[in-house]
Write a protein of this length. Structure first.
Length: 152
C-alpha cells in the first residue's frame, strides 16, 4: 500500500491515505474520475507490468452507497457492494449462478449482495463482478468516515 500511496503523491494528489491492504486509497484532487482512473491505471501498469483496472468513487458517491444499502439491518461483514464502471442495469444480473439464499439488489453503479450464511460459504457467481470490485459495508462505512475526516 505504500507504493500505491507514493503513486498518488507523485500524481500530485493531496492528503493521500490508504485503508487496509486491498487497494483502497483516499486523496483530494481537482481532476474528474475519468482522468484519475486513466492516470492511476497507467502508473499501476508500469509498476505491476500488467494492466490493473481501477474503480474511482468520490466521497459523496461512497456516502450515497452506504446510505442506499438495501440491507441496513444485516451484518455489515455479510453485505457487500460490488462497484461497477457502468450503470447497474438489469443485464448486470444476467448469468448469475449458484444462488442459494443470497439476496441481490441493484444500486446506481453497484450491485448489493447480502450473504446470510457468509461470503465464504456462498457459491454465488455474478459475472458482472469480474469487471468490478467488492467491499463489505463495514469497509465502506470506514472509508466514508476516513473521507469525512480527510476533507474535514
Amino acid at each position: 500500500m505504500s507504493d500505491l500511496k507514493a503513486m498518488c503523491v507523485s500524481l500530485g494528489y493531496a492528503k493521500v491515505t490508504t485503508y487496509i491492504a486491498s487497494g483502497n486509497v483516499l486523496f483530494e484532487c481537482d481532476e474528474d474520475a475519468k482522468t484519475i482512473k486513466a492516470a492511476l491505471e497507467k502508473e499501476l501498469a508500469a509498476h505491476a507490468g500488467k494492466d490493473v483496472s481501477v474503480i474511482v468513487r468520490s466521497a459523496k458517491d461512497m456516502a450515497e452507497v452506504l446510505a442506499s444499502n438495501p440491507f441496513p439491518k444485516a451484518n455489515g461483514s455479510r453485505t457487500v457492494a460490488i462497484f461497477l464502471e457502468q450503470n447497474a442495469g438489469e443485464d448486470v444480473l444476467s448469468g448469475i449462478k449458484g444462488q442459494k439464499n443470497e439476496e441481490l439488489c441493484l444500486g446506481k453503479k453497484e450491485v448489493f449482495i447480502y450473504y446470510p450464511d457468509g461470503i465464504g460459504q456462498s457459491k454465488l457467481i455474478v459475472p458482472a463482478a469480474k469487471s468490478g470490485t467488492a467491499r463489505n459495508m463495514n469497509s465502506i462505512g470506514k472509508l466514508v468516515e476516513l473521507a469525512n475526516n480527510l476533507l474535514g
